[in-house]
Design a protein around this ligand. Structure first.
Ligand code: NAD
Ligand code: MG
Length: 347
């Protein structure tokens, strides 16, 4: 039984519900009852919330699936379609309002997870989108292409391995040619492989992590900048691990801290051209990265349990951040890192 699960804490629920009634009956009670009562009133008590009265409020604690999750592993790079439960990328829920009408976006790792959520939102906000992914992820990518086209937007699928500099240059050239230009670049693809110790990290792993997470971002951005007009934006996916690196993610955390520094430096370079550069720092999100090597398999059932919200994020919960950073409304935000961490240590 998870002691953090509010369902498993009936005594506190009773206390807090009783407290609410008591306060209504006797308004002076709080002042006279001292620190013990004040502490109870501060405790998280999702079941004690006042009624929403028909307003569209949601409780983020109970809104999405929470641990424990079924044990599961997948071969890298993993598929969203094989996850249990399937991640929510906004397929049925994200509603656009024309905030990116006519924009042209390239999103790496756009087939699944956080990248897919950004792509669905971009298409529903009126953008044409090119996605990159690995050939092994074609089935996930097809679902995304169909979703983009269902919005009447152009979808460009460009599979290939980002560890190859020549491919990264070709990716940008193809995206620019097929979209007719580029206004939004999202460097989102990543490699994450948990290892218990530095001795367990091979040079091959270290190289793959740095090539995917840092070199590709450098190669793609370098190729893209000459095509970006004033008003364009670059969004890099960093992580909370840049701020609080877990012991099992040594190489990965190193790259995520690098992405933060890269973002801040490039933002200074490109600000005079009117091009903004920001990063997003997610906490734990339910994506194929995690069961395909990103977490130790025995840790996955409790994934996200240690965040104050008590569950992992679903990719759709990040979509508004990627939309906000791509849209003109955030015109003074550059060199920033925007957290969505469930309350974990972040930017
Ligand atoms: P994901 O597995 O859905 O997406 C990662 C994508 O990276 C894959 O879909 C794949 O297409 C791409 N990729 C990996 N290696 C590649 C290569 N060599 N060539 C081309 N593409 C390659 O998982 P996700 O969690 O949505 O990851 C998206 C981003 O979010 C990553 O930058 C990740 O570091 C970051 N992030 C994730 C979490 C989390 O808890 N899931 C937390 C913080 C940050
Ligand atoms: Mg994928």
């Amino acid at each position: 039984m998870d002691p953090k699960d509010p369902k498993n804490a009936p005594s506190r629920r009773l206390v807090v519900n009783g407290l609410g009634t008591g306060l209504m009956a006797a308004p002076g009670l709080l002042a006279s009852s001292g620190p013990a009562l004040a502490q109870q009133a501060d405790s998280p008590a999702p079941t004690a919330s006042p009624p929403t009265g028909g307003r569209t409020l949601q409780n983020p604690v109970t809104e999405y699936p929470k641990p424990p999750f079924p044990r599961q592993t997948q071969e890298w790079p993993g598929l969203a379609s094989k996850m249990n439960p399937r991640p929510d990328h906004g397929e049925t829920s994200y509603k656009g309002s024309g905030r990116l009408a006519g924009r042209r976006a390239l999103v790496t790792g756009g087939d699944s997870g956080i990248g897919r959520a950004a792509v669905i939102a971009y298409a529903r906000e009126g953008a044409d989108v090119a996605i990159n992914y690995l050939p092994a992820e074609e089935s996930d990518a097809r679902e995304v292409v169909d979703l983009i086209r269902a919005e009447g937007r152009k979808a460009v699928a460009i599979p290939g391995d980002l560890r190859d500099e020549a491919f990264c240059r070709r990716l940008v050239a193809d995206a620019v040619a097929q979209l007719g230009g580029l206004d939004i670049l999202v460097n989102n693809a990543a490699r994450q492989t948990a290892q218990p110790s530095i001795e367990a990290i091979t040079t091959e792993q270290f190289d793959a992590t740095l090539k995917t997470n840092l070199y590709a971002m450098f190669w793609i951005t370098k190729a893209a900048v000459p095509h970006l007009p004033s008003g364009a934006t670059i969004i890099n996916t960093a992580s909370v691990v840049a701020y609080d690196p877990p012991e099992a993610l040594l190489d990965y955390s190193t790259t995520k801290a690098g992405i933060v520094a890269f973002t801040k430096s490039l933002a200074k370079q490109l600000a005079p051209k009117g091009i903004r550069v920001n990063a997003v720092a997610p906490g734990p999100f339910w994506t194929p990265l995690q069961p395909s090597g990103g977490q130790m398999p025995d840790k996955l059932p409790q994934f996200g349990a240690d965040s104050p919200i008590g569950r992992p994020g679903q990719p759709v919960e990040l979509a508004p951040v990627y939309v906000m950073l791509a849209s003109r409304e955030s015109s003074y935000a550059t060199g920033g890192v925007f957290g969505s961490t469930g309350g974990n240590v972040g930017p």
